[in-house]
Design a binder for this molecule. Structure first.
Ligand code: COA
Length: 398
């Protein structure tokens, strides 16, 4: 929560009046805007998108429909959904220059997929003559383009990592099925397309997380939507945010075997190591998205003969809850999403870009919301530096 205590150091002297303003490390508990998009009840383990529980959307909706809900604050009618899906499909293709850049990056050893995604989305802006048009109608059109094209870029990155040429989008497939088609070069089992759809729904929004906050802060300066989304990607890349799903898989590989799992976690905790996929600023109970993904992990690891990863994960979960559950440190969305995607044959470097493919819906919805009732984000720092310091010429400095 916000407090008026500004530092762990009792010697720190503040300039200004700290008693009159509040300060919260990591902006904990700070409300930055009103929003109609999503709400997290961290004690009840509940997440809603515009009033609809995440469990209901994961079971009954599609990514396209959920993105519509976030953008327009309503579920679409059949006609609205059809027109909107047509718009999404029409924007799928990206310029050759962007494919070329992704292929070039693919020739470099071990490139970071999120770094390529960040650059590729920025490049898209420079090939879009309408990117700088500053009206709400243009903003909404660019939002739909970005939701659509993010999937094409992520799939091309996935292929470039394997040294394969891109597969161009197909207009006849759903967003999730088309993504898998572009990634694997063939249409996959409808079950896998449905699982990808659910993954995208679960990642579509999560109220004021670090990347959405970044998107809204950039939008508040009246910058363009591409710039805001590039900022969102940059924030999501970090291991404390979207990068955690990749870290989870790395941890499972490092543990390697279910027999070693318990000792590994105990050792890691004794060393005060943070276990990826656990803990959350808002949830103090099991993340509802992790519940849903855990069920898919069970089904898909069996199907792929990769039960080992789930077994290791279950040991980690048990030990973590035993040790830290009382303190509200429980599995979050990233703990099981990687295992699900790994069982689908997706390599771990793509986990965070796929997170971005879902979150783009929330980012652009929040950007539009910010633009409709904008005021520039301009918070303060507690200045804890010296108040008067003499300027010493360089030749006199010791
Ligand atoms: C998500 C996260 C960044 C939230 O951070 P936060 O609200 O600032 O919480 P803090 O990092 O201050 O953690 C509070 C306490 O819980 C502990 N803790 C939090 N997450 C932990 C984890 N995953 N493993 C072990 N300990 C953890 C911290 O060490 C800290 O302990 P202390 O009070 O004894 O110092 C944090 O839980 C984390 O780093 N998790 C792992 C990364 C991850 O999964 N991120 C994806 C989030 S969806």
């Amino acid at each position: 929560m916000a407090t008026t205590v500004a530092s762990h150091d009792p010697q720190v002297k503040y300039i200004g009046k700290p008693g009159e303003v509040s300060f919260a490390r990591g902006l904990e508990g700070v409300i930055v805007a009103e929003s109609t998009k999503s709400y997290v009840d961290g004690n009840a383990g509940r997440l809603i998108y515009h009033g609809i529980p995440i469990e209901v959307l994961a079971e009954r909706s599609t990514f396209e429909e959920t993105a519509f809900l976030l953008l327009y604050d309503k579920l679409p009618t059949e006609d609205e959904l059809e027109i909107y899906q047509m718009r999404l499909r029409q924007y799928r293709e990206i310029p050759d220059e962007v494919y070329q850049f992704i292929s070039c990056a693919g020739r470099r050893y071990n490139f970071h997929a999120m770094a390529v995604l960040r650059t590729a989305i920025s490049m898209l802006a420079t090939f879009d003559d309408l990117a700088e048009e500053d009206t709400m109608v243009a903003y909404e059109r660019e939002a739909i383009k970005l939701i659509s094209r993010m999937a094409t870029v992520v799939a091309a990155i996935g292929r470039a990592r394997k040294g394969l040429p891109p597969v161009h989008p197909r207009p006849d497939l759903s967003h999730a099925a088309n993504f898998l088609y572009m990634l694997f070069g063939e249409e996959l089992d409808p079950l896998l397309a449905r699982v990808m759809d659910v993954i995208l729904i679960l990642h579509a929004d999560h109220e004021c997380n670090a990347s959405t906050f970044t998107v809204r802060a950039i939008t508040s300066t009246l910058s363009d939507l591409y710039s805001a989304v590039v900022g969102g990607i940059a924030a999501l890349k970090g291991p404390l945010h979207g990068g955690a799903n990749e870290e989870v898989m790395r941890m499972l590989y490092e543990i390697g075997d279910v027999e070693h799992a318990e000792a590994w976690v105990r050792r890691a905790l004794a060393r005060k190591r943070k276990i990826p996929g656990f803990g959350h600023r808002v949830y103090k109970t099991y993340d509802p998205r992790a519940h849903i993904l855990r069920r898919y992990a069970l089904q898909l690891t069996q199907r792929a003969g990769k039960e080992k990863w789930l077994k290791i994960a279950e040991v980690i979960e048990r030990v973590m809850i035993e040790h830290l559950g009382q303190r509200g440190i429980q599995p979050n969305v990233d703990f099981y999403s990687g295992i699900v995607m790994d069982s689908m044959g997706i390599e771990s470097s793509l986990f965070t870009p796929i997170f971005a493919m879902g979150r783009i819906a929330g980012w652009v919805a929040h950007a539009l919301e910010q633009r409709r009732d904008n005021r520039i984000y301009r918070p303060r720092f507690f200045y804890v530096g010296p108040e008067h310091l003499e300027y010493v010429p360089i030749e006199e400095r010791g």
